[in-house]
Ligand binder design. Structure first.
Ligand code: GP9
Ligand code: MN
Length: 645
């Protein structure tokens, strides 16, 4: 038992040292640090504990073997991380190129001090060899190994419980592989990743090209013809797409204590000379994948999944995304700008499947303390520092498609002192009260960005599209929201609040003021394609062009609820929008639409789970996207430059 405990403590310390010296896990509070410290204990107890089932000398050998395997596993991750900045996953191992290249660069990545990671093994091996005569031949009584394993499981459960306090829904949503390692450790990450991969590959392998027939015939039927007036009006123009974090439409034109919350956005909506068309019945359709779901919807016209984030679990699927189509059809260069870690929501992987050329993540920004709050870069320095990169894109011959993703207006909606330019609301609910202050901050950052665009001559001839990604105020705050809205937040009212702003301006095209069509995030991609002069008919898409005469005027939520102009379906009840009353006897048409929405969502899930787009060839000249054509990260760029010199 002494030998076991020594091995355990050494393993624990070694793992902890590796965590803090080799990986940047973004530990941001004491609880996270405590969990990082404690998490090797449970894996040590459980994995090393298996050796206790062997008797006598074999116990020592088993312990040494398990410990060595664990060390090799850990060390492989250390080396991989030095090169890729991420952990080894099943997906990574499937891509043989990765393993091949890491093999070649192993010597460049290994360091002399790494030998220290084997020090505990050497100590144990020496002790084992020296003390061999003293090994008792008897097996441990069964109680002991079980007690050790049970302790390991208990420690793990406590660890997970505490992790869930800091990061609710950690396992369901898997925000970032880094998070799993930070909270639960590398072995747990490996197990979770394996379970997920097995599930994903089973679903994928059961799918065949025939499954696509039904999907295709559905999306064909839903297709809406382009509107000739707008078709092709954006072709060849730079496109700037602005993601407004957590912004809900109720804020537009809302006055708090007699003061506009988002005066700048309001001016775009209300000032006709600015030529924006604003959709005031536009809805988000996101679920647990939040921002990532919104991104998937907007660039693919696919919904996210009912659970988890498709960005993470379907990160290696085949996609026929807007950036890739724009590149192949019209030579666009695409870029995403976001002041957060590139691995969050698995962006640095899935963007390659979308054919996104450049990904400017936190590495490209000055992330000094004063520039950062909450998740990452504050919106004002974000837009400011993005300008030179945007200008570089503009200096190229090809047009660009730039996606600017804000971040400050994110739960828990905090600003540094002196940065709020509007008083908080007075509901007594901090989240709701502060929401208005960060919304105002984002609005100001946007105004400044527009100024800069104008100054650099990038405003006049660019398409500008602005959207809110999802709600920022969840159903937990209905009480406070009822004070803000001046009415009770019933399930129907809560559904109403899922509107997010969507507005677009195409140079040379007169804005249409405010349009009231019911539309949603899934409609954006076909709309964009038609503005570019590319017929969306060729692609598998669940949305329809918002400018089309045939646009389908309903907004489906990911949970199967939906809204139309006259009636809504919320929590299994139909409501009359005008009277707010339950429709006891829905018409056949209503029931048909409900069934259609459910069918559409199920087809969408078949596409994602079966990775069906790998069987689909949109046009004869379509080239499937090859993720290995894309490299992100400043270090990669520097390497390339060095090689060129
Ligand atoms: C993180 C940011 C926020 O990079 O996009 O994500 P969310 O929590 O809104 O999904
Ligand atoms: Mn978001």
């Amino acid at each position: 038992m002494g030998f076991f405990l020594l091995a355990l403590v050494l393993f624990w310390m070694k793992t902890y040292i590796i965590y803090i010296t080799e990986f940047s896990l973004g530990v941001s509070n004491m609880l996270q640090h405590f969990l990082l410290f404690i998490n090797p204990l449970s894996s040590g107890l459980i994995l090393l504990g298996f050796a206790l089932f062997f008797k006598g000398k074999r116990f020592g050998i088993a312990l040494l073997i398990i410990d060595t395997l664990l060390t090799l596993f850990m060390y492989a991750n250390v080396v991989f991380y030095r090169d890729y900045g991420s952990f080894i996953t099943i997906q990574v191992m499937m891509q043989t190129d990765n393993i091949g290249s890491i093999g070649n660069s192993f010597l460049g990545l290994a360091q002399w001090h790494d030998l220290l990671y084997a020090l505990d093994l050497v100590i144990l091996a020496v002790l084992f060899a020296k003390r061999k005569v003293h090994w008792s031949p008897a097996r441990f009584s069964f109680k002991k190994p079980f007690a050790v394993l049970a302790t390991g499981v208990l420690v793990f459960a406590a660890n997970l419980g505490l992790a869930e306090i800091d990061r609710p829904q950690l396992l369901e949503r898997v925000f970032d592989n880094n998070y799993i390692v930070k909270y639960l450790g590398l072995p747990s990450f490996a197990v979770l990743n394996t379970v997920q991969s097995v599930e994903v590959s089973a679903q994928r392998s059961m799918a065949s090209s025939e499954d696509l027939t039904e999907v295709e015939s559905y999306t064909d039927r839903k297709y809406a013809e382009p509107n000739a007036e707008y078709f092709g009006t954006a072709e060849g123009k730079n496109i700037i797409k602005i993601h407004l974090e957590s912004l809900q439409s109720f804020v537009i034109d809302y006055e708090l204590n007699g003061e506009e919350v988002t005066p700048f956005l309001n001016s775009l909506v209300n000032d006709e000379s600015k030529n924006f068309t604003y959709f005031d019945n536009f809805f988000h359709q996101t679920e647990q994948g939040k921002t990532a779901d919104a991104e998937l919807l907007l660039d693919n016209s696919l919904y996210g999944l009912p659970q988890g984030s498709a960005f993470v679990t379907k990160g290696t699927n085949t996609y026929q995304a807007l950036p890739a189509i724009m590149d192949q059809k019209q030579d666009y260069t695409s870029a995403v700008f976001h002041g957060d870690e590139g691995s969050f929501w698995n962006r640095d992987q899935i963007y390659k499947q979308f054919g996104i050329d450049e990904f400017y993540d936190d590495e490209y920004y000055d992330m000094s303390q004063e520039n950062v709050i909450n998740y990452g870069l504050k919106d004002k320095p974000f837009f400011e520092q993005s300008m030179p990169m945007l200008e570089d894109l503009a200096a190229q011959d090809d047009p660009f498609y730039a996606h600017m993703m804000t971040l400050t207006h994110h739960h828990p909606f905090v600003l540094d002192e002196g940065e709020a330019s509007i008083e908080p609301a007075q509901t007594g609910n901090g989240t709701v009260d502060r929401y208005f202050q960060t919304a105002r901050y984002m609005d100001e950052s946007l105004e400044q960005f527009f100024e800069d665009l104008k100054e650099q001559g990038l405003y006049e001839d660019s398409v500008i599209m602005i959207y809110g990604d999802h709600n920022g105020i969840s159903g937990n705050h209905n009480e406070a929201m009822s004070q803000i809205m001046g009415e009770e937040i019933t399930p129907l009212k809560f559904a109403d609040l899922q509107r997010v702003p969507f507005m677009i301006r195409v140079p040379g095209v007169e804005g249409q003021g405010t349009k009231h069509e019911f539309s949603s995030q899934v409609d954006v991609m076909p709309t964009m394609l038609h503005l570019l002069g590319i017929d969306s008919k060729d692609y598998i898409q669940f949305g329809t062009d918002m400018f089309s005469e045939e646009h389908k005027d309903f907004a489906a939520f990911r949970n199967g609820d939906f809204m139309t102009e006259d009636y809504s379906y919320v929590q299994e009840k139909f409501y009359n929008n005008e009277t707010d009353e339950v429709i006891e006897e829905p018409t056949d048409e209503m029931k048909e639409l409900r069934d259609q929405v459910h069918y559409e969502l199920s087809l969408n899930d078949e596409v994602l789970n079966g990775d069906l787009l790998r069987f689909y060839e949109p046009t004869e000249d379509w080239e499937p996207v090859d993720p290995s054509d894309y490299q992100y990260g400043k270090s990669e760029e520097d390497d390339e430059e060095n090689n060129d010199q």
